[in-house]
Design a protein around this ligand. Structure first.
Ligand SMILES: [Cu+2]
Length: 190
């Protein structure tokens, strides 16, 4: 009676479908090795008879093979749920904490920045690979201290933008160029 309680716990808080599938396959595997289980059941019954008759051992001796089988299957299901949960948590964490580096090519021209919108996930280490494909000088600027400096036509430079947190603008800081259209957006997914 007491051994049956775990079966009520079996459908965990997450992934009931997956659990049910594993539960079924585990049961199938155990039905295949029934002789081994019979031997196991016989041994456990024997040992419980030779020890002192505590209330718990009396319950154990009264268990039918099917009850033992159900208990083992439930244990298997709980183990599988645990492993699946661990994997889900592990991968969920890795997306948020492990730094992903992404290089983005940026072309400066007269008077455009291409691409003009870059969609990127949060917590990505962004590096801009900037090339001036225009006919005049340009730069790529993120903030007061974050700029490639002036690039002559044909020149290129790298600009490390760091981890993405919120959306922001990038632009050319040469007077008048931003107003002429040399601005782009980095859109960080929320
Ligand atoms: Cu410019």
């Amino acid at each position: 009676m007491g051994r049956r309680q775990p079966s009520r716990v079996e459908p965990g808080p997450s992934g009931t479908h997956t659990n049910a599938r594993h539960f079924g396959s585990a049961q199938g595997a155990f039905q295949g090795s029934r002789p081994g289980l019979l031997a196991f059941a016989a041994v456990s019954e024997h040992s419980s008879q030779t020890t002192d008759e505590t209330p718990s051992s009396r319950v154990k001796a009264g268990l039918s093979l099917d009850e033992i089988l159900a208990g083992v299957v439930v244990l298997w299901a709980v183990m599988i749920v645990g492993i699946v949960s661990f994997v889900v948590i592990f991968f969920g964490d890795s997306e948020e904490t492990v730094a992903v580096r992404r290089e983005v090519r940026i072309e400066l021209s007269d008077f455009e920045i291409q691409p003009d919108v870059v969609d990127v996930a949060r917590d990505v280490e962004l590096v801009f690979l900037v090339e001036n494909v225009g006919e005049g000088q340009h730069d790529l600027t993120i903030g007061p201290d974050r700029t490639t400096g002036r690039l002559k036509p044909g020149e290129s430079a790298q600009l490390v933008a760091g981890p993405t947190r919120e959306s922001y603008s990038i632009w050319c800081s040469i007077k008048g160029h931003r107003a002429l259209g040399m601005e782009a957006r980095i859109e960080v997914e929320r």
